[in-house]
Design a protein around this ligand. Structure first.
Ligand SMILES: *Cc1c(COP(=O)(O)O)cnc(C)c1O
Length: 375
């Protein structure tokens, strides 16, 4: 096949509502001229998301990263934070940019989430919080993590960027721990172009202050016309992004169902391939099927050969997450960085295959066929 005839398939493709639907919603902005600063589309999205995510506390942000930075700031933490190196740069950066020290805890081989058996050995008198990640939408062992946190008086703040809309035994992930961050970036299961939120259980009296604090932090710490009480930033979700979120929320269930079909097709084709390991989804969890990770037991050499081979066919999976955060240039020489052998091995063995609502069954079959040939 000639290069120009080759269709390119990327790891994901941003979901969009019908153009007319979006145009209809933003039309009023030409009348009101209210483009940002918590306008009524922002408020409407906040209410709808509280319903969708079944959570009482929810504050919107301009992106997931600043949501995480600001929720860490809101809790006025200081010292060490136990977290995972098997994640996107954002998780660790949010910790470090708050003046906190990240302490890398290894992950579990079976689902790549934080290993609860390795947390306690890392706790010191300086530890203030745990920041786990529901990586690939795999829900962490939140019960054990929160029991450890309770015993040692630590906060638990989840990076739930991958877990939009998920539930475990019917309970929303958004209600776990002290707070959770979700990302609404264009590449995520639900998007507002750029966007994100912090969720928490507002019925807990000890968190009654959190919503107000987050609202002020994202608006420069301004608390009144002539008063600024916090060193805040600017992380407001604008009306155009809120409108995109309102439209996309109408379609997200249908998109998740389409992702599920794709996921199941991959699982069927790849589940018995020698040397390939898939991460099974526990039955009591409702997933969003945002990612399709596969693990090559042959390690880096096989993974990289399959990656290069697929790329040369116009198929672009991603090495999510490679390298591990503790191998980043900005962290690897820091005295607080620790080796995490399981995370390292997983990051050298994993490939995330294309998966998005419109990806056709034929394309999935072709990707699976090529992958098996390249192994
Ligand atoms: C996407 C992502 C973020 C950051 O979210 P943005 O909305 O892109 O700022 C943080 N953590 C993880 C694990 C992510 O995948």
């Amino acid at each position: 096949m000639k290069q120009e005839e080759k269709k390119q398939i990327f790891v994901t493709r941003a979901s969009l509502p019908p153009y007319e639907e979006y145009a209809g919603l933003i039309k009023e902005l030409w009348d009101t001229h209210i483009l940002t600063n918590m306008g009524h589309l922002h408020e409407e999205l906040r209410e709808k998301l509280r319903g969708y995510l079944q959570v009482s506390g929810l504050e919107l942000f301009t992106n997931g990263h600043l949501a995480l930075e600001m929720v860490l700031q809101a809790f006025e933490l200081s010292g060490e934070v136990i977290t995972t190196p098997f994640t996107f740069a954002s998780t660790t950066h949010a910790i470090v940019r708050n003046g906190l020290t990240p302490v890398m805890c290894d992950i579990r081989e079976e689902d790549c989430t934080l290993d609860p058996d390795r947390i306690e050995e890392l706790i010191t008198e300086r530890t203030c919080a745990i920041v786990p990640v529901h990586v690939y939408g795999m829900i962490c062992d939140h019960e054990r993590i929160e029991a450890i946190a309770k015993k040692h008086g630590l906060k638990v703040i989840y990076d739930a960027a991958h877990a939009f809309g998920e539930t475990e035994k019917g309970r929303s992930v958004a209600s776990f721990g002290d707070a959770s961050m979700f990302s609404f970036h264009a590449t995520k299961a639900f998007n507002t172009i750029e966007g994100g939120c912090v969720c928490w259980n507002a019925e807990r009296p000890e968190l009654s202050w959190l919503g107000d604090r987050l609202y002020k932090l994202k608006n420069f710490g301004i608390t009144g016309k002539e008063s600024v009480e916090y060193v805040g930033g600017n992380a407001k979700l604008n009306e155009f992004c809120a409108a995109m979120g309102l439209c996309n929320l109408r379609h997200v269930d249908e998109w998740i169902a389409e992702r599920k079909d794709g996921y199941e097709r991959y699982m069927e084709d790849l589940s018995c391939v020698k040397g390939l390991r898939l991460i099974p989804h526990p039955a009591d969890i409702r997933f969003n099927y945002a990612y399709m990770p596969v693990i090559f037991e042959g390690g880096r050499a096989v993974r990289d050969r399959v990656y290069e081979g697929l790329c040369s066919e116009g198929i672009f999976p991603r090495k999510y997450f490679f390298p591990c955060v503790n191998d980043f240039e900005c962290y690897r020489d820091e005295p607080y960085m620790r080796a995490t052998p399981v995370a390292k091995r997983m990051s050298e063995s994993v490939l995330t295959l294309p998966l998005y609502p419109e990806l056709s069954g034929e394309d999935i079959d072709r990707i699976c066929g090529l992958l098996k040939k390249l192994m």
